[in-house]
Design a protein around this ligand. Structure first.
Ligand SMILES: [Zn+2]
Length: 245
């Protein structure tokens, strides 16, 4: 399996980083996990043509993970994509379709079938991929309760099981503890270093993971403790580098 980080930035745009998006190749499959703002341009840079993507995963509805999806779908439509496209979403699928209508982007007009599914069901389509719920959005509970909002606080990490071992994309999370069973013994983990406390990242040294790639920026607490990161295990995400698993 090959993993290419198209965007490794945090939620605050920076000139030297793209927003969250990763490209995953395994056998004859090509997936995009998260759709940060510039993902369409990034796919053009890689010469990915309209029919190549098999599925898109959106781990949660924060703008830095979702913002590029609408342009991507418009691009695939204008590029005359014809193959079915699976789109796995974290929650509220009907609301997503309403946003597409709001943008006058009607899947009925597409030359391809946009198959929108809950990310919880990914294993039904690819038995070697699983979506694991994480705690990233729980902090919104007070405002959701106070204003009776429909948000379900669903945020997901993804685990890809291949012959050489597991690749785990944590996406954003508050603690690594919430998916510790999934991370344990992974070949490679692409881990959010922007949100969790430093201790939550540092303790992964002992989780039996061969390689931990830190992405989504680095929080100030971890920045201060950077020298405690074992360089044999931890590294910082390099956009455009092809990680092999
Ligand atoms: Zn987020």
């Amino acid at each position: 399996m090959e993993v290419t980080i198209l965007g490794s930035g945090s939620g605050l745009p920076q000139l030297d980083k793209h927003l969250s998006s990763i490209l995953i190749r395994q056998a004859n499959k090509l997936f995009l996990a998260d759709c940060g703002d510039s993902c369409s341009h990034r796919l053009l840079e890689y010469g990915i043509d309209a029919d190549q993507l098999d599925a898109i995963f959106v781990t949660h509805y924060h703008p830095d993970h979702l913002g590029g999806l609408f342009m991507l779908l418009q691009m695939l439509y204008l590029q005359n994509r014809s193959r079915d496209l699976l789109l796995f979403l974290p929650e509220r699928l009907a609301s997503f379709l309403e946003i597409m209508q709001l943008m006058y982007t009607y899947p009925q007009k597409f030359g391809f079938n946009l198959l929108i599914r809950s990310i919880e069901e990914v294993e039904l389509y690819y038995d070697w991929i699983s979506a694991v719920p994480n705690d990233h959005l729980y902090r919104y509970a007070p405002i959701i309760t106070e204003y009776h909002l429909p948000n379900q606080m669903k945020s997901w990490s993804l685990c890809f099981n291949v012959a050489n071992g597991k690749f785990v994309y944590t996406s954003d999370l508050e603690t690594t503890d919430c998916i510790s069973d999934t991370l344990k013994g992974a070949h490679t983990a692409l881990v959010d270093a922007g949100h969790p406390q430093a201790e939550q990242i540092l303790k992964l040294e002992y989780a039996g993971i061969q390689r931990i790639i830190l992405t989504h920026g680095i929080n100030p607490e971890l920045e201060n403790r950077k020298n405690e990161l074992n360089p044999e295990i931890f590294e910082f995400a390099r956009e455009d580098f092809v990680y092999k698993i």
